[in-house]
Design a protein around this ligand. Structure first.
Ligand code: FE2
Length: 349
């Protein structure tokens, strides 16, 4: 569609220091079409670290608003470096990130500017957005306990903390300390328990000699293949695997349902500090926070809408209702450095 055709080759643009343009035409003998006119509503340029199924939501936004979307994808860190390097000449209006820790870092580095919007304030629950409105959670992902039902009964599982039980020695599969998902989970332990108790918990996991794999999909495939019995991953990876194979042999257990609830994170976005199309950027975030945007953005990756009134994808709804930790996600960023240091001290690599 239009958005895909206008996919920006940003690296080249940065090198050239110029504005987004169309990729080369397939047939050089065919005269190029008239220079791409901006859509009636203008454009919005997006740097997105989330890339699963974003095109569908972008196309719907353009259809409904007449605002054309130009986007590029990359890792969170690379996109932040790019926005920083481009400074006030950045073409980026919106930064879409996975994990609140990344959004917090972007805000700390001055890459985002507050978006005062009654629509966003009304739609997005307070704990899922920056207190200064520099970023907003758009969809929720829950990092919870996964297990192989042939080798583990759900009654044996309860909390992240209980995975320190020696009965799980040699049976856990987890994500390395270098990944922001692990760092945010440990930041939430610090916020809940304080550093000393959080360190005890992490040391307990380490004592169980977990297999560390830097991919949630591979972690779940490892459980399925018998390379471990219990894991911690984001729920949507199981959603994707079950969508591909309804008999995929891993089950999900919502963690900490008898206390604070399961660990939540977000895909979210903020308006850049030097957005050339600031009004359209805010319109885009507002649209994503509404019913159509929420459904489209959440369903494409089996995430939960940020708005409770919007139902999740049926496959995800089948995971059942659950309680989530109400901790403000800004805490993940604030405690990220402490989490990294704690993981290192505890010997979790
Ligand atoms: Fe992910």
């Amino acid at each position: 569609m239009i958005a895909a055709a206008l996919l920006i080759v940003v690296a080249a643009l940065i090198a050239a220091g110029c504005q987004p343009q169309q990729p080369p035409q397939a047939d050089p003998a065919t005269p190029p079409p008239a220079q791409a006119e901006p859509a009636k509503g203008g454009v919005v340029n997006i740097y997105t670290a989330r890339h699963y199924g974003v095109e569908k939501a972008f196309d719907e936004f353009t259809r409904e608003t007449g605002i054309e979307i130009r986007f590029t994808t990359g890792s969170d860190a690379i996109l932040r470096e790019r926005i920083k390097a481009e400074g006030r000449y950045t073409p980026a209006d919106v930064y879409i990130a996975v994990d609140a820790g990344n959004l917090w870092l972007a805000a700390q580095d001055g890459l985002l500017s507050p978006a005062e919007s009654e629509v966003l304030s009304a739609n997005i629950p307070e704990n899922l957005r920056d207190p200064e409105n520099r970023w907003f959670g758009l969809t929720q992902r829950v990092r919870t306990i996964m297990y192989h039902p042939d080798r583990v009964a759900p009654e044996e599982l309860s909390t992240y903390e209980a995975l320190t039980d020696p009965k799980w020695r040699g049976r856990l599969v987890m994500r390395p300390a270098t990944h922001v998902y692990t760092q945010s989970l440990v930041a939430s332990l610090i916020a809940t328990h304080g550093e000393a108790r959080a360190e005890e918990i992490v040391r307990g996991w380490v004592a169980n000699e977990p297999t560390l794999i830097d991919s949630d999909t591979r972690i779940l495939e490892t459980l399925a293949a018998g390379g471990g019995d219990v894991a911690i991953t984001n729920h949507y990876y199981l959603g994707r695997l079950l969508n591909a194979d309804p008999n995929f042999p891993v089950r999900l257990l919502w963690a900490n349902q008898d206390d604070r609830g399961a660990h939540v994170n977000i895909s979210g976005a903020g308006v850049t500090a030097h957005a050339p199309n600031r009004d359209n950027a805010i319109k885009f975030l507002e649209w994503l926070s509404g019913a159509t945007g929420q459904r489209s953005f959440a369903d494409s990756n089996f995430e939960y809408p940020a708005i409770p009134a919007v139902a999740p994808h049926p496959l995800v709804a089948d995971f059942g209702p659950f309680l989530t930790d109400p901790l403000s996600l800004a805490e993940y960023g604030r405690l990220q450095a402490a989490a990294v240091a704690l993981l290192d001290r505890a010997g979790y690599r």
